[in-house]
Structure formats: structure tokens, C-alpha cells
Design a protein around this ligand. Sequence first.
Ligand code: ATP
Ligand code: MG
Length: 400
Amino acid sequence: MFERVALVHYHEIGLKGRNRGTFERKLKDNIAFSLGDLAPQGVERVASRLVVPLASKSAEQALELISRIPGVASVADAYVTSRDPAEMERAATQAVLRAAPDASTFAVKARRSSTDYSESGHEMNVRIGAAVRAATGMAVDLGHPDVTCSIEVVQGAVYVYARRIESPGGLPVGTSGRVVALLSAGIDSPVAAWRMIRRGAVAIALHFSGRPQTDARSEEYARDICRVLERTGGLARLYVAPFGELQREISLAAPPDLRVLLYRRLMLRVAEKIAAVEGAKALVTGESLGQVASQTLDNIAAVDAVAPVPVLRPLICNDKLEIMAEARAIGTYELSTQPHTDCCTLFMPRNPATHATIEQVEAGEAGLDIDRMVDAALAGLSWTTFACASYRPPAQWREG
Ligand code: ATP
Ligand code: MG
């Protein structure tokens, strides 16, 4: 039997010039943190790859976990062999049979990253291909093989694999700072948060609950969504702010058609305060241009006017169907489509303004004591902390 490892490839972080070492170390630490006891021998860096020795009983679980980690382009279920030609051939045969026992065609793709290995890639392909054909009875097909066996000669070792899991790519979490992600229990905002995590940001989620005007279901769903995002290693905390009373106040004092925009402005003000405490440099929402009345360019401008930090909208140019497909891929779709009352639908007017101006929303807020409302939301905050290697809670909100 050969030693089995997860062979992790990354590309983008390999391009980072002088920062490369930092990015590689971060990725290595994130993988080790995510695997915990599943990687008792740790994670090793080997010539632009990371190698994680696997125990056979937990190998599948470890591969699955690694395949969700930002910065990982792909992870292969690989055998390690020496440079002994017969060993390479046996490992290739085993890898092919394990990955695709029913395949009828295969190809071998060998590469050498080490200059002190004399056999060329082509020579390895021919030699190992002949051995696999003889051992399995499969035919070689270089155009459309059922299974491809890769051989990588790297420093002292050879990695052999026929199964590779495509992974998110992007950057290791912790290399891009923190953001506060406004997280409803809907479909879009979890995808927006995920996209920021994939770019290396630590996401602090913030959910506004319609309580006491609604039940706590949206909070539970938001928490469940966070548990799914937690597996990427990039979701650090969920803050829940009670919002029902504040919405009632807005609905009593302001023109009905501006309600949703005033809710959003208040949400951003609260989010910005949390961002300041958390050291987060931007806010994130799941808005997409024109998707609903509040998401026109005019209304986005009217809402953003209160935010002293950038408000990022990773989904701004995506169609709903694309967002839904991505929600399915990251595993939040089912949770996001459970019935619940979002606080934004509370006191919903029949005809929301689609092209509000900043002057209009400011006039609409004139009768409200905004500072007190922000303080009330902050005073009611509760939170849940998740497993994230790059997160330390702020001193003033440490427990929990
Ligand atoms: P989503 O699918 O994310 O709920 P949506 O298409 O329903 O988005 P809106 O309800 O207009 O659109 O919300 C726009 C954005 O405002 C959301 O993507 C989210 O970032 C933020 N948001 C809305 N409701 C809440 C809430 N209850 N808590 C936190 N953020 C919210
Ligand atoms: Mg929504």
C-alpha cells in the first residue's frame, strides 16, 4: 500500500510575488485548522503544493473539507511513491482502479518539476500508460479518456492520482481583512458573503430580526446559514439585532413609500458601528441591480449616502438564476428557501419608491431620533461565534 495524501494545488496565490510566502502560510494554517484531528501529521509545503497525509478512515471527510477552503484550486486524492519506476506504475494502476473501476479508457499525464529527474513527461506517459493498460485491460484514449491519471515528480517524491476535486480557488481567508456582511435569511446575501470569503475576507454576519413583531425563525435560519458558511473557514461571527420596534417607529413617522429605504439606511448605520468595533473595512449586501424596487441605482445611492465605509455588492451584476445556482453549490439554498418572515416585509407599503432622492429620504427621516435608534439596535445585540482561524473577538464583545 502507498501512503495516501491530499495534494492541494493553488494558482492565484502562486502569483503574488513577494507576498507569496505569507499567502502560502495562511493557506497551510487554514487547512490545518479546518482539519484539526483529521490531519495529525500536519500540512507540508512541497514546491508550490501543499501535502496533507491522510488516514484511510477519515480520508473522504478530509478531502471534502479541503475542497471548500478558499485559496484551494483543486485537491487530489493522491498516492506518494518513490522514483522507482515499478512503484510508480503500481500506484498509477491502483489510483485508476480506485477512482474509476468501471472506466474503459484512460490517459496518463506526467510532469516533472524536478530538474534532476531524467525521464521526460512523454517517456513517463508511454511507460506508465503501457503498465496500466496491461494491468487493467483499459484502452488508452488521449482525447476523451474516462479517467486521467496524473503523475507529478516533485523533489524527492512522486504523487500519483486519478481523482481531483475542483475547489473554490480565490485567496486564503485572513489575507483580505474583515467585512460586515448584512445577512438576511434569503437566497442572495449568503452568496454575497461567500464571495467575499472566497476573496480572502473574514465575514462578520449581521442579521436584523423582525422581533418582537415576528417570531425568531429568521434568526435560526440565519444561524443555520452561518453554520454552512463556517465550513469555509471564513465566517467568524453572527450578530443579531432586534429591529421590529424600530421598523414600527419608522412606519409611523415616515412616508410609506420610503419605508424600505429608511430601514436600509438604519441597517447600514448599525452595521457601520459594528464594523468600527470589529475593525471591518467594508459592508456587504446581496443586492443585484434592478432585482426589486429598493435596488435601483437611485435607491442604492440614497441608501449608501449614510455609509462612511464602502458598501460592497458582489452580486450587483448577477441574474437571480445565477445567484440561485451558486447558493445551491455552496449549500445555503435549501436553508434560504424555508418559509419565514423577513423583517423587510414588515409594514411593507403597496408602492415602494423606486427612484428616491437623498433629499427625500433625509426629509423622511426628519422626525426620527436616528442616534437613539442606532443605540437601541446595538443595545439589543446578541451574537454567536464560529470557528475561524483568523478571528479574535473585539474586547468589548468578547463572550459568547
Ligand atoms: P436576500 O435574498 O439576501 O434577502 P433580497 O433579494 O431579498 O436579498 P432585499 O430583501 O431587498 O433583497 O435585501 C437586500 C439586501 O439587504 C440583502 O441582500 C441583505 O444584504 C440586506 N438585508 C435585507 N434584509 C436583511 C435582514 N433582515 N438582515 C440583514 N440584512 C438584510
Ligand atoms: Mg430578502
